[in-house]
Design a protein around this ligand. Structure first.
Ligand SMILES: NC(=O)c1ccc[n+]([C@@H]2O[C@H](COP(=O)([O-])OP(=O)(O)OC[C@H]3O[C@@H](n4cnc5c(N)ncnc54)[C@H](O)[C@@H]3O)[C@@H](O)[C@H]2O)c1
Length: 266
């Protein structure tokens, strides 16, 4: 693998990805990191990494692939220009795609630029399965997120004072689009399932705040003419950011390797 990569952001996910790429591929993987001029993450950047701060600098670096690990705004700021210029773009902040107009704009830019917009598995799995069964009539997909109260502090404060702290709380039960729009930072997984599968309107989402939860639990139930698929994943938090699952950085590593590999799965 002799490639040029731009990674947007240098937080929990990007740090994991950069460390793994450097350990495994050394100088064969030429990495530049894009950060805002005043970002606190600048202080953490290891020696030897090129630092960029604008879309223009990204294109001048001539990357083979750009990987976003920064947040929804970073996708808005950089995906359209990269895709239109013919540079494929991996977006981990999938929740931003709940904005249908923006999503269609990105699809058009990718087509125009003959580039690919790529969504990694992130904190979830089985997107290949959900994709495979999406066109069968009457396929149903239900996603349940189960996290401890610490993941939903602000939302719980807004709830009724009569709610006991020891109770399980159903924070949301409805369509994936509304879930992703209402909780953009927490519902990237729901968006991934919706895009890979039967769409934002048909994918059902349930968010449960569970005082007994020991990790971030994702349950997916897909049922239809193909059979019955039930998936449960309990993720451990990333060392640097308890709101992010550790596996997300690993998933991005797999996505980057898959992009350049001669043999691919899925
Ligand atoms: N698909 C999934 O399953 C999944 C799971 C968890 C997180 N995410 C997404 O990944 C994102 C990053 O997660 P993290 O835990 O690494 O976050 P983090 O807060 O640890 O790090 C974010 C990094 O991005 C930088 N940044 C923020 N906005 C930026 C911008 N507009 N331009 C350039 N740099 C910017 C920050 O300075 C920081 O370095 C989250 O915001 C979330 O949207 C996706």
């Amino acid at each position: 693998m002799n490639v040029r990569l731009v990674i947007i952001g240098y937080g929990a996910i990007a740090t994991e990805l950069v460390e793994r790429l450097r350990d495994k591929y050394g100088t064969d993987c030429n990495i530049a990191v894009l950060l805002k001029a005043q970002s606190p993450s600048l202080a953490k950047l290891p020696v030897g990494l090129t630092c960029l701060s604008s879309a223009q600098e990204v294109l001048l670096f001539r990357p083979d692939l750009v990987v976003e690990a920064a947040g929804h705004q970073a996708v808005r700021d950089f995906a359209p220009v990269c895709l239109a210029a013919g540079v494929s773009f991996v977006a981990v902040s999938v929740g931003v795609m709940a904005d249908e107009t923006f999503y269609q704009q990105l699809c058009q830019a990718a087509e125009q630029g003959r580039a690919k917009l790529i969504f990694p598995s992130g904190a979830i799995g089985a997107l290949d399965y959900i994709r495979a069964v999406r066109d069968l009539p009457e396929t149903k997909v239900v996603y349940e997120s189960r996290k401890p109260p610490s993941a939903w502090t602000d939302e719980l404060q807004r709830l009724s004072k009569t709610q006991h702290i020891g109770d399980e709380v159903v924070l949301f039960d409805g369509k994936a689009r509304e879930a992703a729009l209402r909780y953009p930072q927490n519902l990237n997984v729901a968006a991934s399932l919706a895009i890979a599968g039967i769409g934002f309107e048909a994918t059902q989402v349930r968010i449960v705040v569970d005082p007994d939860a020991t990790g971030n639990t994702h349950c997916v139930h897909a049922i239809g003419a193909f059979g019955d698929m039930q998936l449960k994943i309990v993720n451990k938090p990333a060392p640097e950011n308890p709101k992010t699952s550790w596996v997300v950085g690993l998933s991005l590593m797999a996505t980057v390797e898959r992009y350049f590999a001669p043999v691919v799965f899925g």
